[in-house]
Ligand binder design. Structure first.
Ligand code: PMP
Length: 527
């Protein structure tokens, strides 16, 4: 353990030397010096349960991934201009998952029935009573078992891969592919609350930023599809939403080239879109030739439990998939997968594609190790079982506490909606932040998000288990029952009003204006 003067000088140096708007968590930031599995340790040796870090997908400090990277660094780390057997091995494994096959299929000779997937360590918990959002998603079959295909699901394999270094780079590259295949169709549709990256091209595609603090508003070439809000019964007609943005692009004198959408929205507030909504949206866009980009940076790699990819859980087939965060368990790498036709259109003008670190030998070693660990430890199945157990427990807390409006999610992608009260369903960001801070004092790390910052996010490393769920639930239950007294609640409610007027009301006005514009002054689509 270091002494507190180290903490103070590190904090002071950070403030003095680093960009002042660089994101830092918590009122009193943590100095984390070690991680193991789903636990983090601060400079004093205090252990924290990490319920948010979806980058350390197979666990902080995973030894297999660390040693794969390390030994590759000792042997060779070059760019992808040389042939290396690691690259095709990794690419095939990753593309397998995107096309509904296991990453490492058994050799062809093994035509016997596949072995049963091993169960997670603890006994399966009772099935939870699902919320409307979760049940909509759970009721559908993954693409791998679908026999009839609709327009939303039809399409050639995702058979070509580009390796890049960050989620932002993957989405930026997606924009270039769209431009190559749909020249002149420069308008783009995105979901409300979406975040797609930090570059100059992607902030304008991220309502989370352009309608958030310091944002400059919507650019004329960007059209915002209102995010479905099953909890409040709003915007559940995907086909109407798609038609409205197509028309808005036309009215603005443009043509829609692409739709960028996270399969499950994370910064947008841990939203699981109803499967029918997404299929209808995809169906209308596809029939107009709009390129469908699924941003799986947050929700991919087995997190949803029901399928390896979010789009598979919803039963849709994108033309481009962008991936990042968990792909290298913290090694900076990301990827874009697409069809042969789109890749050929991108290559047609003759300009070479090169990315110094994308597809480097070490990145490929990291990615392959992550896929191996995911497969060997059956982490997708584990996410399904542990996620169900977590959701059931959260739903019990929702039933008991006035300010918990809804628990929703799929697998280990879970959100808890904090509201002023159950009747109004008014967003309560101050209360959400207070819960997050109280949980930190109890050594449980959570975050808040959503367009109104009132959703408590849970997206832990997939090694999170039943024991960790029990700790999370019991600490949350204590905060709600013992610390959120009537006096505290009324104090928080008073703060909510001022905060809403100053920060959230302008944001809500931007979303409402957009809805009026899209639906020509007509009623907001409600259930
Ligand atoms: N897409 C989504 C959905 C994301 O959540 C993020 C990062 N939060 C990005 C893209 C950008 O990824 P990166 O930070 O690796 O550039």
């Amino acid at each position: 353990a270091t002494c507190r003067s180290d903490y103070n000088s590190t904090l002071a140096a950070r403030r003095r030397l680093y960009g002042p708007n660089t994101s830092l968590s918590y009122e009193q930031p943590l100095m984390i010096v070690r991680g193991s599995g789903t636990y983090l340790y601060d400079d004093q040796g205090v252990e924290y349960l990490d319920c948010v870090n979806n980058v350390s997908h197979v666990g902080h400090g995973n030894p297999e991934v660390a040693s794969a990277i390390c030994s590759q660094l000792h042997t060779l780390n070059t760019n992808s201009r040389y042939l290396h057997p690691g690259l095709p091995a990794y690419t095939e494994a990753l593309l397998n998952t995107l096309n509904g096959r296991p990453a490492f299929p058994p050799p062809p000779a093994a035509s016997a029935p596949p072995p049963e997937a091993p169960e997670p360590a603890s006994p399966p918990p009772p099935a939870p009573a699902r919320t409307s959002a979760a049940s909509a998603s759970a009721a559908i079959a993954p693409t791998t078992t679908t026999t009839t295909t609709t327009t939303a699901q039809a399409g050639p394999d995702l058979s070509v891969l580009y390796l890049v270094c960050s989620g932002s780079e993957a989405n930026d590259l997606a924009l270039r592919l769209v431009a190559a295949s749909r020249p002149g169709a420069t308008h783009v549709a995105v979901m409300g609350g979406a975040y797609h990256g930090h570059t100059a091209a992607l902030i304008p595609l991220s309502p989370y930023k352009f309608w958030g603090r310091g944002g400059e508003g919507r650019a004329p070439h960007v059209h915002v599809v209102p995010c479905p809000d099953p909890y409040r019964g709003e915007h559940l007609d995907g086909a109407a939403a798609a038609r409205a943005v197509l028309e808005a692009a036309r009215r603005a004198g443009g043509r829609l080239g692409a739709f960028f959408g996270e399969s499950l929205l994370s910064c947008g507030g841990q939203v699981v879109p109803p499967a029918a909504y997404m299929r209808d949206l995809y169906g209308v866009f596809r029939s107009e030739g709009v390129v469908l980009v699924a941003d799986e940076v947050q929700c991919g790699f087995g997190r949803c439990g029901a399928a390896f990819w979010g789009f598979q859980a919803l039963g849709v087939r994108p033309d481009i998939v962008t991936m990042g965060k968990p792909i290298g368990n913290g090694y900076p790498m990301a990827a874009l997968a697409t069809t042969r036709a789109l890749a050929d259109a991108f290559a047609a003008p003759g300009m070479e594609y090169f990315n110094t670190y994308g597809g480097s030998t070490a990145a490929v070693a990291a990615g392959l190790a992550v896929l191996r660990v995911l497969t060997q430890e059956c982490l997708q199945q584990r996410a399904a079982a542990v996620g169900d157990y977590l959701l059931a427990g959260l739903q019990r807390l929702v039933a008991e506490h006035e300010v918990l409006g809804e628990a929703r999610g799929l697998g280990l992608f879970v959100g808890l909606e904090v509201v002023a009260d159950k009747a109004s369903r008014r967003h309560a960001p101050v209360t959400a932040r207070w819960i997050k801070e109280r949980m930190k004092a109890r050594r449980v790390l959570l975050s808040t998000d959503g367009p109104y910052d009132n959703v408590i996010k849970m997206k832990p490393p997939l090694v999170f288990g039943f024991r960790e769920v029990d700790v999370l639930l019991s600490q949350l239950s204590e905060v709600m029952a013992r610390e959120l007294t009537a006096a505290v609640r009324s104090e928080l409610l008073a703060q909510e009003e001022g905060h809403w007027a100053a920060v959230m009301a302008p944001r809500q006005a931007a979303y409402r204006d957009n809805e009026r514009r899209l639906f020509a002054g007509g009623a907001v689509a409600r259930l």
